[in-house]
Design a protein around this ligand. Structure first.
Ligand SMILES: [Fe+2]
Length: 372
């Protein structure tokens, strides 16, 4: 009999949902201390949303801002941000942005007081003591990173992308305000939305899934499926609330149940071919669905029912409507043992409902690169 809930469950301490709730982000953050750092991306500044947030700061609060340099987040970025936060005397860190901003802000908050080397923590050394509170307000829907105690960063010296993971890193406050989606470019809505859908599907099919995660995953699939195309056309559409909630529920579900082979492939492929996380997940999802379909026929049928048609076909249609194209086709696929070992060693691949071996990885790559 599978468990009803995970044997160890970590959640954000408080979650606030609704349009306009981000306006009070800094007032809420001031409860954690009079000095803090707000981490953000370039678009928050250029859209004017950062100024509006800063206008809501109480007079007694000292807030420094740190802009993410863009691209996939790395240990070097984290080292720079952590030095900045320490020099600022930050008593909390807020992340207002997409998955990269969230992962950097969260790791910075969790490791602010840590004495050891960042590379050692990235390689699995235990985090000895709590850092400072982390406040999360996603501007994409999304990675679901705001729901989880995990931060995925790349070590540029080794090229390996993996997670910091510790209950100390769970956000103290999450603000889900779909007004923040309004400034996201269309391709970011498409890619991050496909990441959310992939995470909902993979957490549902995961071999670690249980009643609680399955319930969240299935609701997330429905919410993302019915809202993504509309929000892609108009990020201020009313159903942006559904997309934001769906992405958050998928984030919670994956933190309980983990993921599958899409995410096992997405990390090393995204790193090698310089493709954003949501984009590479979108490209890998159809091949993974074909690979898994016959191993979990009942669950696959339930997912198909949830999207109102055959799941694989629905995903293909969605990719077309969202204008997701593949930069992999025409490039040589990776053929080295290190790549395959990284895919097979991933916690996501290990949670895939069908066992994955080296030949399976090669077959999936042949499909993705259309070399088969
Ligand atoms: Fe993802």
């Amino acid at each position: 009999m599978p468990p009803v809930i995970p044997s160890s469950m970590v959640n954000p301490a408080r979650t606030v949902f609704g349009r306009g709730t981000a306006d009070s982000l800094l007032a809420e953050s001031s409860a954690f201390g009079e000095r803090g750092v707000l981490v953000h991306g370039a678009s928050l500044r250029s859209s004017g949303a950062l100024s509006r947030l800063m206008d809501g700061a109480p007079a007694s609060l000292s807030v420094e801002t740190w802009e993410c340099p863009g691209g996939e987040p790395t240990l070097d970025h984290l080292a720079g941000l952590r030095s900045f936060a320490r020099e600022s005397g930050a008593l909390w860190v807020a992340g207002v942005g997409g998955g990269s901003v969230m992962d950097l802000g969260k790791a910075c908050a969790g490791l602010t007081t840590a004495a050891g080397d960042l590379v050692a923590y990235h390689n699995g050394a235990a985090i000895e003591r709590p850092g400072v509170p982390f406040i999360a307000a996603p501007t994409t829907a999304g990675s679901g990173s705001e729901a989880a105690m995990v931060s995925v960063l790349t070590n540029t010296a080794t090229g390996i992308k993996k997670s910091f993971r510790h209950p100390f890193m769970a956000p103290r406050l999450v603000i889900l305000d779909s007004n923040l989606l309004a400034s996201a470019p269309a391709h970011v809505i498409a890619h991050s939305g496909m990441d959310a859908l992939t995470q909902a599907v993979e957490s549902y099919l995961s071999r670690n899934a249980m009643w609680l995660s399955e319930t969240l995953s299935l609701k997330a699939v429905k919410l993302v499926n019915t809202s993504l195309e509309t929000v892609y056309a108009d990020p201020s559409a009313a159903c942006a609330d559904d997309l934001m909630l769906g992405a958050h529920m998928a984030g919670l579900a994956l933190s309980y149940a983990r993921l599958g082979v899409v995410h096992g492939l997405a990390h090393p492929l995204g790193e090698r071919y310089h493709i954003a996380h949501g984009h590479i997940c979108a490209l890998c999802l159809p091949a993974a669905l074909r690979f898994n379909r016959d191993a979990v026929p009942d669950k696959y049928a339930t997912l198909s029912e949830a999207v109102g048609g055959e799941l694989f076909e629905r995903v293909e249609t969605l990719l077309e409507k969202l204008e997701v194209s593949s930069p992999l086709i025409g490039q040589p696929p990776p053929d080295d043992a290190d790549f395959i070992a990284e895919v097979l060693g991933s916690g996501s691949t290990k949670a895939n409902p069908r066992d994955v071996g080296p030949d399976d990885v090669k077959a999936l790559l042949a499909e993705l690169f259309q070399t088969g």
